[in-house]
Design a protein around this ligand. Sequence first.
Ligand SMILES: Nc1ncnc2c1ncn2[C@@H]1O[C@H](COP(=O)(O)OP(=O)(O)O)[C@@H](O)[C@H]1O
Ligand SMILES: [Mg+2]
Length: 446
Amino acid sequence: MSEVHVVLPDGTQVLAGTLDFDLTPAGTLAATRFTYSAEYLTATGAYALCPELPMTPRPMTSVRLFGCFQDAQPDSWGRHLLQIATRHRGGNVTTMTEESFLLDVHDETRLGALRFRERGAFQAPAEDGVPTLVSIDRLVAAAQSTTRGTDDAEGMALLLAAGSSMGGARPKATVRDADGTLHVAKFPALDDRWDVQRWERITLRLAAAAGISVPESRFIARGASHGVLLLRRFDRVPHVGSAADNHGGSTGSRAPGLVRVGYMSAATLLQHEFGGGYKPDYVSLSEDLQALSHAPEADAHELFRRVAFTLLVRNTDDHMRNHALLRGSAVGTQVGRALGWRLSPAFDINPQPLAGIPMAPTPIDFDDADGPERDIRRLLKNAASFRLTQDDATVIVREVEEATSRWTQVALREGANPDEFEFFAKAFENPNRERARSFNASHRAQ
Ligand SMILES: Nc1ncnc2c1ncn2[C@@H]1O[C@H](COP(=O)(O)OP(=O)(O)O)[C@@H](O)[C@H]1O
Ligand SMILES: [Mg+2]
């Protein structure tokens, strides 16, 4: 049994409840049980950890892991690292379970505001501190050697201190800046066909220009090699009150003054199980977002803008783990001021020039069968589901179209090679650009 602790938006930490795993003899998940603590149910600022876990004193069970705990687990990249770490320790990778994947993530860098305690220690205590930016090249080399299967103990130790906490499939690590701030560092992958992180940075700049909220980012060029994208972690914010520091690992604080911010993926919001038959669409995401958000109208408008952007840059991997909400703070407000869920800053938006590679586009509505070639006219038709009139929706599409039409300028500023533009035009000059322009024109003609 693990204790689940939550850092509330005012920075106080509370025992939220207990989590039990029921594993089959083969180690697969049979059921999980969660029970809120009496202390949490009456704490000021306490909230339901996910839609599956309403605040009630009775134990709740599920055949799957509740979404809020899945969000605190690693995805394929983090699991890959935890498996290598187990192998390095002489352990048996085949005995790793959903429980060990949850508890082996390092406490200090774990995504969101949940912490797990067993036998008095927050899981998992880190042997080494979070690496600093100075170690970026060594981290990239270590990440690449795990893909090649040539990992060495020293590189792995460095990577493990930072690598397993975030979700996603791309190689990445959490690193600390000179001022103590935490960043996600996204690395090149060995099979990348272009400088993916440079183009993610270009896309972030375009998103900001299109009025979308994005995390602070920085691109680290690495000569002739592909570069690294640094994203300031939005689930850690500076502490502004006087509540006790809650950030450090069990051995004490390494970054005083950072408060953990609650995180919920859109998959958790929608109670979506990956691999199941049902595929959520943006209209249903908008409806569920509005039901939970502290600012439903503003968040619905922002989501609409993000979908328009996604279509105009041909981002085809916008599945439900690439959208999220944050609890209070971090969305332009101070810690503790806004007590509620808000859309997080946007992340993982990448132009995809290639057709026919694995991708996970989110349909616009239930009837959308266009796959990655989604049609922006369908988005406009659904404007009301995002609390927008046709006119206001058209204005947003026009703004996003204008901002993204300057993609070559932004790319040049970010050091891209013009020789690449013909290739990237397949993403940025996709049919939605003409469509967006044409209904801008018809709108003006009215
Ligand atoms: N700036 C950020 N701050 C905090 N968490 C982030 C940030 N950016 C991404 N994440 C989290 O890390 C996960 C992996 O990042 P993502 O960019 O989606 O990587 P990948 O390309 O591997 O999917 C995301 O699903 C999200 O939970
Ligand atoms: Mg992702």
